[in-house]
Design a protein around this ligand. Structure first.
Ligand SMILES: *Cc1c(COP(=O)(O)O)cnc(C)c1O
Length: 389
């Protein structure tokens, strides 16, 4: 029997069959004309999905953390000042990361479950000058969303380079990289982009490329250096063979298919599908009487939810029961509240039916854990949101 347990963690997720098929296809040479064309097309499609018509896309083999590292390695030189806006674990990660490249880092850490307060950011930028500011579009440890438009506009206003960690948001949350003036948007294949783990993806603005060109010394990472990869990305787009490090041929074929599906669905349609799933999920947990980590719906992510366990129920008890009932969900990640909440990813290929099945599994698990509620009340609430769309 096929294992049909739904994978609904915040990445990796369920993938479309055509995407998975590309991974199993015979591997071709990374300089064969067919593959060059596929890679070139994938780069062109990345510009469309990130909405950055004059941005420079990069595709490297690695996870989202490599994409973060790549931005830091290329844009930071020792002594550069960086401002990190943190709404969770992934925001905090930039502090350590940028520090490794010699940045003097200031962190504005927002209260758990709250989003970035841009008045506070503006005061800090008024008070002090920075080369780089980072934000996390959706921090996957808290399900808190940050407004990338205000982020980009503030960066532009103060002449600071903006780096947006879009690992849990790109292709699932609204993003107009170029119009909003965001210099680097980075993501990883296994989240809302809809491809198994293994690719680090970035789109870099012209001003950020210029800032990188003005470095005094080469980037301190050999593998992540744009000096190495920029000519390769340009060559693939111009449909010429080139080589620095072997690209992940099958993953890039899968990426091209997924990006094609995203554009076929339509970015607006796709974002509103994610918006509905987010709303439906929150409606279900509210009906079940569960709180959430984000303190308001307006800054709750579309791509995942972070409900709190009801009193008397633990993750160690509940999550295996939910899994046995048909859905694999994730535990908490934020160290301050790790044992108090769980996470459910609803991005990429997730359909309304998948979400309803997962909520059904949560209800089964909660009932078996002894939590008192009316069975079906969460599924019903989610269904009402979906039916109204
Ligand atoms: C998953 C995630 C990362 C890290 O990506 P990996 O692929 O696990 O290295 C970074 N930032 C955010 C917001 C994420 O969701």
């Amino acid at each position: 029997m096929k294992d049909r347990t739904l994978l609904m963690i915040p990445g990796p997720i369920e993938f479309e069959p055509d995407v998975l098929q590309a991974l199993g296809a015979p591997t071709t040479s990374h300089v064969s004309p067919d593959f060059i064309d596929v890679f070139g097309q994938a780069l062109e499609r990345m510009r469309k999905v990130f909405q950055a018509p004059s941005g420079q896309p990069f595709v490297l083999s690695g996870s989202g953390t490599l994409a973060m590292d790549c931005a830091g390695a290329n844009l930071i030189e020792p002594g550069d000042r960086a401002l990190v806006l943190s709404t969770g674990v992934f925001g905090d990660r930039f502090e350590d990361l940028l520090g490794r490249y010699g940045a003097e880092v200031t962190v504005l850490r927002f209260p758990l479950g709250e989003t970035v307060d841009f008045n506070q950011v503006k005061s800090e930028l008024d008070r002090s000058s920075y080369k780089v500011v980072t934000a996390t579009h959706v921090d996957t440890s808290t399900a808190v969303r940050v407004d990338p438009q205000q982020f980009g506009e503030l960066g532009r206003q103060f002449g600071v380079l903006t780096i947006l960690d879009g690992v849990c948001s790109v292709a699932g949350e609204k993003l107009h990289q170029e119009e909003w003036g965001i210099d680097v948007v980075l993501t990883a294949s296994q989240k809302a982009i809809g491809v198994p783990p293994g690719l680090a993806l970035l789109v870099v603005s012209k001003p950020a490329i210029e800032a990188w060109r003005e470095r005094k010394a080469p980037a301190r990472s050999y593998y992540a250096d744009w000096e190495k990869w920029l000519p390769i990305m340009e060559a693939y787009e111009e449909r010429r063979p080139s080589y620095f490090g072997t690209p992940a041929v099958n993953l890039i074929c899968a990426l091209n298919i997924s990006l094609g599906q995203i554009l076929d669905e339509g970015l607006d349609e796709r974002i509103s599908r994610h918006c509905q799933l987010g709303k439906a999920s929150r409606a279900a947990f509210a009906a079940l009487g569960l709180g959430t980590v984000p303190t308001a719906a307006e800054h709750s992510a579309n791509t995942l939810s972070a409900p709190r366990y009801p009193d008397g129920v633990t993750g160690a008890d509940l999550l295996p029961k939910i899994r046995a009932a048909g859905a694999i969900l994730a535990g908490g990640l934020h160290p301050a509240i790790q044992s108090e909440y769980f996470r459910i990813g609803h991005m990429g290929a997730t359909k309304a039916g998948d979400l309803l099945a997962a909520i059904g599994a949560v209800e089964t698990g909660l009932k078996q854990s002894g939590y008192d509620f009316e069975l079906g009340i969460g599924v019903g609430a989610a269904q009402r949101v979906i039916a109204a769309c």
